[in-house]
Design a protein around this ligand. Structure first.
Ligand SMILES: [Zn+2]
Length: 348
């Protein structure tokens, strides 16, 4: 089958590690299904893998890709009665748990000590014609989403959903600041928070992306930089926002701490612009801020996300779609960060 994979990791030119070619067709094992992939999106995780920044040892060649939507194509042995029948359109839940650590039996399996995502550890990714996943990870696709839109759910939308509604516990009427307006996570957060009845403020350096954020549901768009916190305070009657969705890091951290209300929450799920800003501890304790880390989301959260997106008619912002011939260009755009919404690869 055709696949996009890393032939090596790290080095000065990470995109040179990417190759498109033939890999063996995977066979579903016990309790697994094989999905004929129709769409995959690119995530920073894929670029980190090419750069050699991996949480688990990886032995190249390794197929990239950690989300997918497609059609169930084969069942392994003992998939059980709940497995979607062959021919079912599905969205892939991309997280795997070890199944034996205490967290796997606790209230939040995302605290599993050895959770992996598709393309981590010894698991092949989804940027291929076929991917094999546990039967329960193939979840029926909402009818309101096409395959490209459905592929956006697995990483970006799930991560945003957990940050907004689980970690920050936002409710209708709350106000949230989303840092950055271009990437998949920020656009997902804007669309989900807006649909949930929150007031959404977006901060971005780019005028074009600020305008695009307003078109997909943001209520206010402000310019990132030294005056951003003041702009947020003006928009919130001097109080600040209830929560900040932070994935930028060093460039925005100071604004995030000054723009959040007393006792408010900053949820962090990334640090694309550097991970060591000044901590500003006195502001944190004096204003009783909550700083929460967040990663991906649980299976029940994924199911609730799909239902919410389907019922509210949310259509994920797709920046561009690429076929096999365009994958390298898509990765260049991912690396440059110069896009609005998700970069999708459609696989025919
Ligand atoms: Zn575990």
């Amino acid at each position: 089958m055709r696949a996009a994979y890393a032939v090596k990791l790290g080095g000065d030119a990470p995109l040179d590690n990417l190759e498109i070619g033939q890999r063996p067709l995977p066979e579903p094992g016990r309790g697994e299904v094989r999905v004929r992939v129709r769409a995959v999106t690119l995530n920073h995780h894929d670029y980190f893998t090419l750069r050699g920044i991996v949480g688990y040892p990886i032995q190249p060649p390794r197929i990239l890709g950690c989300d997918a939507a497609g059609v169930v194509d084969a069942h392994g042995a003992d998939v059980g009665q709940l497995a979607p029948p062959i021919g079912t359109d599905v969205v892939v839940y991309p997280v795997r748990f070890c199944g034996v650590c205490p967290a796997c039996f606790g209230p939040d399996p995302m605290l599993c000590r050895r959770f992996t995502m598709l393309s981590d550890g010894d698991v092949e990714g989804s940027l291929a014609e076929y991917v094999v996943v546990p039967a329960q990870a193939a979840v029926p696709k909402p009818v309101s989403l096409d395959f490209a839109q459905a592929a956006c759910m697995g990483v970006s939308f799930l991560t945003a959903y957990r940050m907004l509604f689980v970690k920050a516990a936002l409710e209708p009427g709350h106000c949230v600041l989303v840092q950055g307006a271009g990437g998949g996570l920020a656009t997902a957060a804007i669309q989900l928070a807006s649909a949930a009845g929150c007031t959404v403020i977006v901060a971005s350096r780019s005028e074009e992306r600020r305008a695009a954020a307003l078109r997909i549901g943001a209520h206010h768009a402000i310019e990132s930089g030294k005056d951003a916190a003041k702009a947020v305070l003006r928009l919130t009657g001097g109080d600040g926002v209830d929560a900040v969705i932070e994935s930028v890091g060093e460039a925005t951290w100071g604004t995030s701490l000054r723009a959040v209300r007393q006792g408010g929450t900053v949820v962090v799920a990334g640090a694309t612009a550097g991970s060591n800003p000044p901590a500003d501890l006195s502001r944190i304790f004096w204003r009783q801020l909550r700083i929460l880390g967040s990663t991906m989301g649980s299976m029940p959260e994924f199911v609730r996300l799909l239902r919410f997106v389907d019922e509210r008619g949310i259509k994920p912002a797709v920046a561009a779609s690429f076929d096999w011939g365009g994958i390298k260009i898509a990765f260049e755009r991912l690396a440059s960060g110069d896009h609005f919404g998700k970069l999708v690869v459609t696989i025919d």
